[in-house]
Design a protein around this ligand. Structure first.
Ligand code: GLU
Length: 549
């Protein structure tokens, strides 16, 4: 068959050659060892935590090596696409501090010399390479209908044969030019297939950056390169885009691992050098006694927006993901408490290849540790920022008085042993509800070891007694005086020596005041709380307490 005629018949509008594109997208000028990576989601509007994980790994490996990280949008599957499906993904990456160098940096904004980074706008590029394959006798049009393809699949299933269009099943492989021409003239739709040079006896091997050496049977299937609308399949677009964009490392979900033989064959047929591959194990969770993948449908925490809504500190989420990627991250953090996560040297070969077990409780703990080390001002700013979008009431309360807000977050924030009471910003309201009149609605958790008469006696005695000008030590001495006045032991030691001689000790006295003022048996620094609330409010609260218990 005259392949030039076939090329003209199928691609009359394609006048460029691959060479033209190689000139248009020249080799990058980067230092030795610099990695060029990309995150390449479909615009489904939904950023899965596994997507953020993959983006983070790609971003880290690129930036650690002085390379480039791109965001390419793979919108060749129109069935999966949702309206404005790009914003959610970009917003998610931006919110968590993943810096994008090239490609989509905002919904309507692309940067970089290797674009466009939207696959649906690259049809002509793919078709140019497809035409080139056709001219080399490595591609052909296939006119089989969906029914015919289903029949082939059914036969193969029944015969327990490898599924796909190959060998005796590849009916369109040997059509003559005349047959093809006739069908085209009749307007019969067709896909363009690779004429696979694969041999079922042979195996391919490659080194996966995460999993090490892998061997698999060579691809023998005549896979689809261009669909009936001329839009490429994932496989073909991957080979072309990652070549022209200069991707050095394709680091993607491990659902693609079985496609590597196809991809290597495509690069071979196109006479292109394949990138290095690494396949990331999925994020798993425990469900009862078994592990399963985090599911978009079943698990709210599968969505990155969940972490924004709950108010996890964004660096806390990223640090948790780094910890999932490389378990030595935790040691690094211990040794470098205040280091930025970007200072951690992430290593691809230390990543798990069997699935990372995701544990929200652990993430919350990491976030608690993180928040505990920050300044009260930082906590105030972050909580306010979160509340602006997710909790109007809290936003109003915090915004109304910054000094007061910072004071709350400063309770027990001593650098040696900081209090770890907050893991995410939606816990602020509940944690500090007693610090705001409008949120204070106590049920009063009473000290179990005291009788109500004594509780009332202590609380009543303190109604007019609180003196905000006393420093912490003076204030506590005054509580000791009060303990003595109501017949309690001044010192805990004294009480322990003679437990039958006293109804309680000074600690119980402070518990009564704590409960009267906060409604709770546990709180941070009581002296600070009283001081922040002020004498009038302390008095009002104790009066209410005495009345209500
Ligand atoms: N669009 C593909 C996906 O969403 C990208 C896979 C890749 O990174 O190559 O799974």
């Amino acid at each position: 068959m005259n392949l030039a005629d076939l090329g003209q018949l199928l691609f009359p509008h394609i006048t460029k050659t691959p060479e033209d594109y190689f000139k248009l997208y020249p080799k990058r000028n980067l230092p030795e060892g610099a990695k060029v990576t990309r995150f390449a989601p479909s615009p489904t509007g939904f950023l899965h935590i596994g997507g953020l994980f993959a983006a983070l790994i790609n971003e880290r490996l690129a930036h650690q090596s002085g390379g480039v990280f791109m965001l390419r949008i793979e919108d060749t599957d129109k069935k999966r696409e949702v309206e404005d499906g790009v914003s959610g993904i970009i917003d998610g990456l931006n919110a968590f501090g993943i810096h994008i160098d090239e490609g989509f940096v905002a919904k309507d904004k692309q940067v970089g010399e290797y674009g466009t980074y939207l696959q649906s706008e690259r049809a002509e590029i793919y078709q140019t390479f497809a035409k080139d394959l056709l001219l080399k006798g490595l591609a052909y049009p296939c006119f089989c209908t969906e029914e015919e393809i289903s029949e082939i699949r059914a036969t193969q299933e029944a015969e327990k044969e490898l599924p796909g269009y190959y060998g005796k099943y590849a009916k369109c492989r040997d059509l003559t030019f005349e047959q093809i021409k006739e069908k085209i003239e009749q307007g019969i739709p067709y896909v363009l297939r690779l004429k696979s040079p694969g041999n079922s006896e042979k195996r391919i091997s490659f080194k996966d950056g995460i999993r090490g050496n892998i061997e698999m049977p060579e691809n023998i299937v005549d896979i689809v390169l261009l669909k009936t609308d001329g839009i490429p399949t994932y496989h073909f677009a991957h080979a072309i885009d990652d070549t022209l964009m200069g991707t050095t490392h394709v680091i993607r979900g491990d659902e693609w691992i079985s496609s590597v033989p196809i991809h290597l064959q495509l690069f071979y047929c196109l006479s292109l050098k394949p990138p290095k591959y690494a396949h990331i194990a999925p994020i798993m969770k425990m469900d009862g006694d078994s592990k399963r993948k985090l599911s978009k449908r079943k698990d709210p925490e599968a969505s990155v927006s969940y972490y924004s809504e709950e108010g996890y500190p964004k660096d806390g989420v990223i640090e948790y993901l780094l910890n999932l990627a490389n378990s030595n991250f935790e040691d690094f953090k211990k040794q470098n408490k205040n280091a930025d996560w970007r200072d951690f040297p992430l290593q691809m070969n230390k990543m798990s290849n069997s699935g990372c077990l995701f544990d929200l409780v652990k993430m919350n703990d990491m976030c608690k540790n993180k928040i505990a080390l920050k300044s009260a001002e930082w906590v105030y700013d972050e909580a306010l920022n979160w509340a602006k979008d997710y909790d109007k009431e809290l936003f109003g309360l915090l915004k109304a008085d910054k000094e007061y807000g910072v004071k709350l977050f400063n309770f027990d924030r001593n650098p040696e042993k900081p209090r770890k009471d907050l893991g995410k910003w939606n816990e602020v309201k509940e944690t500090f509800s007693y610090m705001f009149d409008s949120l204070f609605n106590p049920t009063y958790e009473l000290p179990q070891n005291l009788n109500v008469e004594d509780i009332k006696k202590i609380a009543s005695a303190y109604i007019d007694r609180y003196n905000p000008s006393l420093n912490k030590e003076e204030w506590f001495n005054d509580l000791k005086d009060l303990a003595e006045e109501v017949g309690f032991a001044r010192e805990v030691k004294e009480y322990k020596q003679n437990p039958d001689s006293f109804p309680g000790h000074v600690g119980d006295v402070s518990s009564v005041i704590r409960v009267g003022v906060t409604g709770r048996m546990k709180s941070p620094d009581l002296h600070g709380i009283l001081e922040a609330l002020g004498a009038d409010e302390v008095k009002r609260r104790l009066e209410k307490f005495v009345k209500e218990i």
